[in-house]
Ligand binder design. Sequence first.
Ligand code: 2AM
Ligand code: CA
Length: 269
Amino acid sequence: MEIAIRDNIFNFAKKWILEAGNIIRQTIDDPIEVGTKSNPNDLVTTMDKNTEKYFVEKIKTTFPDHLLLSEEGFGDEVKSLDGTVWIIDPIDGTMNFVQQKRNFTISIGIYHDGVGEIGLIYNVMEDELYSAIRGEGAFKNDKKLPFLRKEQILEESVIGLNHLWLCENPLVDEKVMQDLVRTARGSRTYGSAALEFAFVAEGILEGYLTMGLSPWDFAAGIILVNEVGGITSTIDGAEINMVGRNSVFTGHRAVHKRIIEDFIKKGRK
Ligand code: 2AM
Ligand code: CA
Protein backbone atom coordinates (compact mmCIF):
# COMPACT_ATOMS: atom_id res chain seq x y z
CA MET A 1 0.00 0.00 0.00
CA GLU A 2 1.32 3.44 -0.94
CA ILE A 3 2.58 5.44 2.04
CA ALA A 4 0.55 8.59 1.31
CA ILE A 5 -2.64 6.54 0.95
CA ARG A 6 -1.92 4.67 4.16
CA ASP A 7 -1.20 7.86 6.10
CA ASN A 8 -4.47 9.34 4.86
CA ILE A 9 -6.42 6.27 6.01
CA PHE A 10 -4.62 6.36 9.36
CA ASN A 11 -5.53 10.02 9.92
CA PHE A 12 -9.22 9.37 9.26
CA ALA A 13 -9.24 6.22 11.42
CA LYS A 14 -7.58 8.07 14.29
CA LYS A 15 -9.99 10.99 14.06
CA TRP A 16 -13.03 8.69 13.99
CA ILE A 17 -11.92 6.44 16.84
CA LEU A 18 -11.28 9.47 19.08
CA GLU A 19 -14.66 10.97 18.13
CA ALA A 20 -16.51 7.71 18.75
CA GLY A 21 -14.79 7.36 22.13
CA ASN A 22 -15.68 10.91 23.03
CA ILE A 23 -19.37 10.20 22.34
CA ILE A 24 -19.22 7.12 24.56
CA ARG A 25 -17.57 9.05 27.40
CA GLN A 26 -20.18 11.79 27.20
CA THR A 27 -23.08 9.33 27.33
CA ILE A 28 -21.58 6.80 29.73
CA ASP A 29 -24.19 7.47 32.42
CA ASP A 30 -27.21 7.32 30.10
CA PRO A 31 -29.47 4.26 30.46
CA ILE A 32 -28.52 1.42 28.09
CA GLU A 33 -30.33 -1.60 26.76
CA VAL A 34 -28.41 -4.81 27.34
CA GLY A 35 -29.06 -7.95 25.30
CA THR A 36 -27.27 -11.27 25.02
CA LYS A 37 -25.79 -13.16 22.07
CA SER A 38 -24.14 -16.63 22.09
CA ASN A 39 -24.65 -17.13 25.84
CA PRO A 40 -26.08 -15.20 28.83
CA ASN A 41 -22.67 -13.60 29.52
CA ASP A 42 -21.99 -12.60 25.90
CA LEU A 43 -23.45 -9.10 26.03
CA VAL A 44 -24.40 -6.51 23.46
CA THR A 45 -25.79 -3.01 23.99
CA THR A 46 -27.22 -0.20 21.92
CA MET A 47 -23.81 1.46 22.33
CA ASP A 48 -22.03 -1.44 20.58
CA LYS A 49 -24.49 -1.23 17.70
CA ASN A 50 -24.56 2.57 17.40
CA THR A 51 -20.78 2.86 17.53
CA GLU A 52 -20.41 0.24 14.82
CA LYS A 53 -22.99 2.04 12.65
CA TYR A 54 -21.02 5.27 13.14
CA PHE A 55 -17.89 3.64 11.67
CA VAL A 56 -19.82 1.98 8.83
CA GLU A 57 -21.30 5.31 7.81
CA LYS A 58 -17.93 7.15 7.95
CA ILE A 59 -15.99 4.45 6.11
CA LYS A 60 -18.58 3.81 3.39
CA THR A 61 -18.86 7.55 2.69
CA THR A 62 -15.12 8.29 2.64
CA PHE A 63 -13.71 5.00 1.29
CA PRO A 64 -16.53 3.37 -0.71
CA ASP A 65 -14.26 0.60 -2.04
CA HIS A 66 -13.10 -0.53 1.42
CA LEU A 67 -14.73 -3.47 3.20
CA LEU A 68 -15.74 -3.80 6.84
CA LEU A 69 -15.57 -6.89 9.02
CA SER A 70 -17.24 -5.98 12.29
CA GLU A 71 -18.71 -7.71 15.31
CA GLU A 72 -22.32 -6.55 15.29
CA GLY A 73 -22.99 -7.37 11.65
CA PHE A 74 -23.52 -3.93 10.09
CA GLY A 75 -20.42 -4.35 7.92
CA ASP A 76 -19.84 -6.59 4.91
CA GLU A 77 -19.71 -10.33 4.60
CA VAL A 78 -15.95 -10.69 4.47
CA LYS A 79 -14.51 -14.12 3.67
CA SER A 80 -10.95 -13.07 2.77
CA LEU A 81 -8.69 -10.08 3.34
CA ASP A 82 -8.38 -9.17 -0.36
CA GLY A 83 -8.51 -5.41 -0.93
CA THR A 84 -8.62 -2.99 2.00
CA VAL A 85 -10.55 -4.34 4.97
CA TRP A 86 -11.32 -2.55 8.23
CA ILE A 87 -11.75 -5.05 11.06
CA ILE A 88 -13.67 -3.35 13.86
CA ASP A 89 -14.85 -4.09 17.34
CA PRO A 90 -16.97 -1.09 18.38
CA ILE A 91 -16.71 -2.09 22.04
CA ASP A 92 -14.28 -4.77 23.14
CA GLY A 93 -15.02 -5.70 26.72
CA THR A 94 -18.77 -5.13 26.63
CA MET A 95 -19.16 -6.77 30.04
CA ASN A 96 -16.74 -4.22 31.50
CA PHE A 97 -18.66 -1.45 29.73
CA VAL A 98 -21.96 -2.65 31.23
CA GLN A 99 -20.82 -3.62 34.72
CA GLN A 100 -17.91 -1.27 35.38
CA LYS A 101 -18.01 1.56 32.83
CA ARG A 102 -14.25 1.24 32.30
CA ASN A 103 -11.63 -1.11 30.81
CA PHE A 104 -13.28 -1.37 27.40
CA THR A 105 -11.79 -0.39 24.07
CA ILE A 106 -12.61 0.36 20.48
CA SER A 107 -10.41 -1.77 18.23
CA ILE A 108 -9.65 -1.13 14.55
CA GLY A 109 -7.25 -3.17 12.41
CA ILE A 110 -6.84 -2.20 8.77
CA TYR A 111 -5.51 -4.86 6.39
CA HIS A 112 -4.54 -4.52 2.74
CA ASP A 113 -4.40 -7.74 0.69
CA GLY A 114 -3.94 -9.68 3.92
CA VAL A 115 -1.18 -7.50 5.36
CA GLY A 116 -1.85 -5.67 8.62
CA GLU A 117 -1.11 -2.01 7.91
CA ILE A 118 -2.76 -0.02 10.71
CA GLY A 119 -3.78 -0.93 14.26
CA LEU A 120 -5.69 1.31 16.68
CA ILE A 121 -6.88 0.38 20.16
CA TYR A 122 -8.58 3.10 22.18
CA ASN A 123 -8.93 2.69 25.93
CA VAL A 124 -11.94 4.97 25.99
CA MET A 125 -12.35 6.00 29.63
CA GLU A 126 -8.61 6.52 30.13
CA ASP A 127 -8.39 8.44 26.83
CA GLU A 128 -5.35 6.35 25.87
CA LEU A 129 -4.91 5.59 22.18
CA TYR A 130 -2.55 2.79 21.18
CA SER A 131 -1.65 3.00 17.51
CA ALA A 132 0.68 1.42 15.00
CA ILE A 133 1.48 1.66 11.34
CA ARG A 134 3.38 -1.34 9.93
CA GLY A 135 7.12 -0.68 9.97
CA GLU A 136 6.81 2.59 11.90
CA GLY A 137 6.56 1.32 15.47
CA ALA A 138 3.78 1.46 18.03
CA PHE A 139 2.63 4.43 20.08
CA LYS A 140 0.63 5.15 23.21
CA ASN A 141 -0.87 8.57 22.54
CA ASP A 142 2.17 10.48 21.21
CA LYS A 143 4.79 8.40 22.98
CA LYS A 144 6.64 5.74 20.99
CA LEU A 145 6.57 2.37 22.73
CA PRO A 146 10.01 0.81 23.14
CA PHE A 147 10.88 -2.55 21.60
CA LEU A 148 10.23 -5.37 24.08
CA ARG A 149 13.38 -6.07 26.09
CA LYS A 150 15.66 -8.76 24.74
CA GLU A 151 15.72 -11.13 27.69
CA GLN A 152 12.59 -12.03 29.62
CA ILE A 153 11.97 -15.02 31.86
CA LEU A 154 8.58 -16.42 32.83
CA GLU A 155 9.44 -16.21 36.53
CA GLU A 156 9.54 -12.41 36.20
CA SER A 157 6.55 -12.11 33.87
CA VAL A 158 2.91 -11.14 34.32
CA ILE A 159 0.53 -13.16 32.17
CA GLY A 160 -2.99 -12.13 31.14
CA LEU A 161 -5.53 -14.92 31.16
CA ASN A 162 -9.14 -15.57 31.99
CA HIS A 163 -9.68 -17.60 35.15
CA LEU A 164 -11.62 -20.21 33.16
CA TRP A 165 -8.20 -21.58 32.15
CA LEU A 166 -7.86 -22.73 35.76
CA CYS A 167 -11.20 -24.59 35.69
CA GLU A 168 -11.78 -27.77 33.72
CA ASN A 169 -11.64 -26.64 30.08
CA PRO A 170 -11.55 -28.34 26.67
CA LEU A 171 -8.09 -27.12 25.60
CA VAL A 172 -5.39 -27.54 28.25
CA ASP A 173 -5.24 -29.57 31.47
CA GLU A 174 -6.16 -27.16 34.26
CA LYS A 175 -3.45 -28.56 36.58
CA VAL A 176 -0.84 -27.52 34.01
CA MET A 177 -2.41 -24.05 33.75
CA GLN A 178 -2.39 -23.75 37.54
CA ASP A 179 1.32 -24.65 37.43
CA LEU A 180 1.85 -21.92 34.80
CA VAL A 181 0.14 -19.32 36.99
CA ARG A 182 2.26 -20.36 39.98
CA THR A 183 5.49 -20.25 37.93
CA ALA A 184 4.86 -16.77 36.49
CA ARG A 185 5.40 -13.74 38.72
CA GLY A 186 1.74 -12.84 38.42
CA SER A 187 -1.44 -13.15 36.40
CA ARG A 188 -4.11 -10.62 35.49
CA THR A 189 -7.54 -10.62 33.86
CA TYR A 190 -8.68 -7.36 32.26
CA GLY A 191 -11.68 -8.60 30.25
CA SER A 192 -10.93 -6.82 26.98
CA ALA A 193 -8.79 -8.82 24.58
CA ALA A 194 -7.76 -5.71 22.64
CA LEU A 195 -6.71 -3.96 25.84
CA GLU A 196 -4.63 -7.00 26.81
CA PHE A 197 -2.92 -6.92 23.40
CA ALA A 198 -2.19 -3.22 23.96
CA PHE A 199 -0.69 -4.03 27.38
CA VAL A 200 1.54 -6.68 25.77
CA ALA A 201 2.69 -4.06 23.25
CA GLU A 202 3.28 -1.63 26.10
CA GLY A 203 5.42 -4.24 27.88
CA ILE A 204 3.29 -4.35 31.03
CA LEU A 205 2.00 -7.88 30.31
CA GLU A 206 4.45 -10.45 28.95
CA GLY A 207 1.75 -12.69 27.53
CA TYR A 208 -1.98 -13.03 26.99
CA LEU A 209 -3.72 -16.35 26.30
CA THR A 210 -7.33 -16.83 25.36
CA MET A 211 -9.49 -19.77 24.33
CA GLY A 212 -11.47 -18.26 21.49
CA LEU A 213 -11.43 -14.88 19.76
CA SER A 214 -12.81 -13.49 16.53
CA PRO A 215 -10.96 -11.25 14.03
CA TRP A 216 -12.28 -7.98 15.53
CA ASP A 217 -10.83 -8.96 18.92
CA PHE A 218 -7.26 -9.44 17.65
CA ALA A 219 -6.86 -7.66 14.27
CA ALA A 220 -5.47 -4.40 15.68
CA GLY A 221 -3.60 -6.04 18.53
CA ILE A 222 -1.52 -8.29 16.28
CA ILE A 223 -0.21 -5.23 14.41
CA LEU A 224 0.67 -3.39 17.63
CA VAL A 225 2.46 -6.38 19.15
CA ASN A 226 4.38 -7.00 15.89
CA GLU A 227 5.68 -3.45 15.93
CA VAL A 228 7.43 -3.92 19.28
CA GLY A 229 8.88 -7.33 18.34
CA GLY A 230 6.31 -9.58 20.01
CA ILE A 231 4.61 -12.61 18.52
CA THR A 232 1.00 -13.80 18.12
CA SER A 233 -0.17 -17.33 17.28
CA THR A 234 -2.77 -19.86 18.36
CA ILE A 235 -2.05 -21.49 21.73
CA ASP A 236 -0.27 -24.27 19.79
CA GLY A 237 2.04 -21.80 18.07
CA ALA A 238 0.23 -22.07 14.72
CA GLU A 239 -0.63 -19.19 12.41
CA ILE A 240 -3.85 -17.31 13.17
CA ASN A 241 -6.74 -17.55 10.71
CA MET A 242 -7.51 -13.86 10.21
CA VAL A 243 -11.12 -14.41 9.15
CA GLY A 244 -12.10 -17.09 11.66
CA ARG A 245 -12.30 -17.91 15.34
CA ASN A 246 -9.03 -18.97 17.01
CA SER A 247 -7.42 -19.63 20.34
CA VAL A 248 -4.91 -16.80 20.68
CA PHE A 249 -1.59 -16.42 22.44
CA THR A 250 0.32 -13.14 22.11
CA GLY A 251 3.42 -12.07 23.99
CA HIS A 252 7.12 -11.62 24.37
CA ARG A 253 8.90 -14.14 22.11
CA ALA A 254 10.93 -15.84 24.84
CA VAL A 255 7.98 -16.15 27.21
CA HIS A 256 5.70 -17.35 24.39
CA LYS A 257 8.19 -20.11 23.48
CA ARG A 258 8.65 -21.21 27.09
CA ILE A 259 4.90 -21.37 27.82
CA ILE A 260 4.16 -23.41 24.69
CA GLU A 261 7.02 -25.86 25.24
CA ASP A 262 6.90 -26.32 29.01
CA PHE A 263 3.18 -25.96 29.66
CA ILE A 264 0.73 -26.02 26.74
CA LYS A 265 2.35 -28.95 24.92
CA LYS A 266 2.38 -30.95 28.17
CA GLY A 267 -1.24 -30.24 29.06
CA ARG A 268 -2.87 -30.05 25.61
CA LYS A 269 -6.03 -32.15 25.39
P1 2AM B 1 -16.35 -8.55 23.47
O1 2AM B 1 -16.43 -7.78 24.73
O2 2AM B 1 -16.19 -7.73 22.26
O3 2AM B 1 -17.45 -9.58 23.35
C1 2AM B 1 -13.50 -11.14 27.41
O4 2AM B 1 -12.65 -12.02 28.07
C2 2AM B 1 -12.90 -10.88 26.04
O5 2AM B 1 -13.22 -11.97 25.16
C3 2AM B 1 -13.46 -9.65 25.39
O6 2AM B 1 -12.47 -9.09 24.58
C4 2AM B 1 -14.63 -10.21 24.58
O7 2AM B 1 -14.96 -9.40 23.50
C5 2AM B 1 -14.00 -11.48 24.08
N1 2AM B 1 -14.96 -12.47 23.61
C6 2AM B 1 -14.88 -13.08 22.42
N2 2AM B 1 -15.89 -13.93 22.26
C7 2AM B 1 -16.66 -13.86 23.37
C8 2AM B 1 -17.88 -14.50 23.80
N3 2AM B 1 -18.51 -15.40 23.05
N4 2AM B 1 -18.38 -14.15 25.01
C9 2AM B 1 -17.76 -13.24 25.78
N5 2AM B 1 -16.61 -12.63 25.43
C10 2AM B 1 -16.07 -12.92 24.24
CA1 CA C 1 -17.43 -6.27 21.00
